[in-house]
Structures are given as structure tokens and as C-alpha cells.
Design a protein around this ligand. Structure first.
Ligand code: ZN
Length: 169
């Protein structure tokens, strides 16, 4: 396993649309292992492959709280089969947009279909933080960032702030 570099805005690769994975191979699993290690080291709760520069439809996640056993989760080619009309706001952050947090409104519940680490197709319902996180990460697969859900002014301010921090570092 290896920790990979996380791309930050305004890196153009983050705007790329990711390609479906045809089959979960050992190579796919090695990438997912690296992504999980990278996410834990950051630390973060979700990471899409495009954030480490790989344009494939792969997401890793762990929503375990501090002190709980790790609960790594892997999503290959995730699809949203259904989304509730009811929405819920959540203050989101992103490893590709360090130190920026803002409220995004998304469907409160979604029904998902994806392929897991073993290559099996799974259907699952998501709500709460799981629903927020999977929708945030699935946006990455389309080249969409959470700041794209904000006003243009807020988005520009966020990118400016990240650029400034990068310069200072
Ligand atoms: Zn993100």
C-alpha cells in the first residue's frame, strides 16, 4: 500500500469525468487499498479515485467515529437508483479543497447500486452522513465539487483561499 498525492483545486484533472471500471481486478483492489490509506492519512471520510489523479469510477469511504473499529467501504461504478424528494443540509468539506466548509443541500435518502471490493453487485439504501458522503463522492466522478453547488462568489473565494494557502505552505 502507498499514500498517493491528493490533487487540490484548481487542478484541472478534478474537473474530468471518470470512466467506468470493466472488472474489479487485483490492480483495482491495489488502487482501492492505496486510496483508503491515503484517505486515512489525510485524514478524511471519503475519497474518489480522481482525487489521486485516476479517472476511474471508484470511491472509498469510512464513516466510523473516533474510537470505533474502522469500517472501510468500497464503491465501484456506483449509481443512484432513487433519491428522495426530501432534502437535508450538511456542512461539507473536501480533501481537494482544504479548510473550506460550507452547507450543501442534497436528497436526504438515496438508493444505490455499486460493485464492491469482491466484485459483487450490491444494492443499498443510504441516509444521514452516508447519503451525504456518497453523493459528494459521486459528484467527483462527474468532475463536480461541492463548491460547484455554492454561489459563484463563494466558489471563487474558496479557490482563492486554497491557492493562497498553497503558496504560503
Ligand atoms: Zn470531495
Amino acid at each position: 500500500m502507498a499514500i498517493r498525492e491528493i490533487l487540490v483545486v484548481p487542478h484541472p484533472v478534478l474537473k474530468q469525468v471518470s470512466e467506468p471500471v470493466s472488472e474489479v481486478t487485483d490492480e483495482t483492489r491495489a488502487l482501492m487499498d492505496d486510496m483508503l490509506e491515503t484517505m486515512y492519512a489525510a485524514p478524511g471520510i471519503g475519497l474518489a479515485a480522481i482525487q489521486v489523479g485516476v479517472p476511474k469510477r471508484i470511491i472509498v469511504m469510512d464513516l466510523a467515529r473516533e474510537g470505533e473499529e474502522p469500517q472501510p467501504r468500497y464503491f465501484v461504478n456506483p449509481e443512484i437508483l432513487w433519491a428522495s424528494e426530501e432534502t437535508a443540509p450538511y456542512e461539507e468539506g473536501c480533501l481537494s479543497i482544504p479548510d473550506i466548509y460550507d452547507e450543501v443541500e442534497r436528497p436526504a435518502q438515496v438508493k444505490l447500486r455499486y460493485v464492491n471490493y469482491q466484485g459483487e453487485q450490491v444494492e443499498e439504501d443510504a441516509e444521514g452522513l452516508f447519503a451525504v458522503c456518497i453523493q459528494h463522492e459521486m459528484d467527483h466522478l462527474e468532475g463536480v465539487l461541492f463548491i460547484d453547488h455554492l454561489s459563484r462568489l463563494k466558489r471563487e473565494q474558496a479557490i482563492k483561499k486554497v491557492k493562497k494557502q498553497a503558496k504560503a505552505a
